[in-house]
Design a protein around this ligand. Structure first.
Ligand code: SF4
Length: 226
């Protein structure tokens, strides 16, 4: 039997992780990047304590049939696990919509799971050239922007999500980033304030609270989540 998806935790009910749907979130283990502001440090290693066995996840979802609309695979980076497509198919076969939160680090794998995916939240963290300083990984930006390109070209509903920390993404870079996202075809861009309180990098200070007030106006593709 193929090894099961490695899950680090579940949120049983959320209204904010899949637009317009009642969803459960399955937090997948493993991620190849080490973003300074990551607050899911406990999920980054592929194995580790606190694992929820996949059969237990499925039993939970069986009990929620008719009560939940969707299941969102989040992480960590869900696409880091080769078991993701089978897990998505199992969830879909039980009548749930499938959502995916991804950082875009595996564009080829993203392309392959799109037919199983009803909605994608793609994190774009910075301009491509600024990624290595944030993720610690060379060429990470090229991969994320390649994922954006294929998502924009797809028919899969999606949202581009940008976490804003005023040190990592100062106003002029944020402006350049939103401009470039719009030029790339993104139509639904959500900006959210970084909360560095559980950041991987303990030296990362608080973000400037006034960042949203300095945003350029008149970009209908961009929404601020606070
Ligand atoms: S923020 Fe996302 S991409 Fe970055 S290290 Fe954390 S889980 Fe990985």
């Amino acid at each position: 039997m193929a090894p099961a998806l490695r899950v680090g935790g579940i949120t049983p009910l959320t209204t904010i992780d899949y637009p317009g749907e009642l969803a459960a979130v399955v937090f997948c283990r493993g991620c190849p990047w080490r973003c300074r502001y990551c607050h899911n440090g406990h999920l980054l290693e592929a194995g580790g304590a606190g694992e929820v066995p996949w059969p237990e996840v499925m039993r939970f979802l069986e009990r929620r049939r008719g009560l939940l609309d969707a299941v969102v695979f989040s992480g960590g980076e869900p696409l880091a696990q080769h078991q993701l497509p089978a897990a998505m198919a199992a969830v879909k076969a039980r009548g749930f919509k499938v959502g995916l939160h991804t950082s875009g680090c595996y564009p080829e794998r993203l392309q392959r799971v799109l037919p199983l995916t009803d909605w994608v939240g793609l994190d774009i963290k910075a301009l491509a050239e600024d990624y290595p300083a944030l993720t610690g990984v060379p060429a990470s930006g090229e991969r994320a922007w390649q994922s954006l390109e294929l998502l924009v070209a797809s028919t899969t509903p999606h949202e581009v999500r940008v976490t804003v920390h005023s040190t990592l993404l100062p106003p002029h870079r944020l402006q350049a980033l939103t401009d470039r996202l719009i030029r790339a075809g993104a139509t639904d861009i959500a900006l959210q304030k970084c909360d560095p309180s559980h950041a991987l990098d303990p030296t990362l200070g608080a973000t400037d609270e006034a960042w949203a007030a300095r945003l350029p106006e008149g970009k209908e593709e961009v929404a601020v989540r606070g």
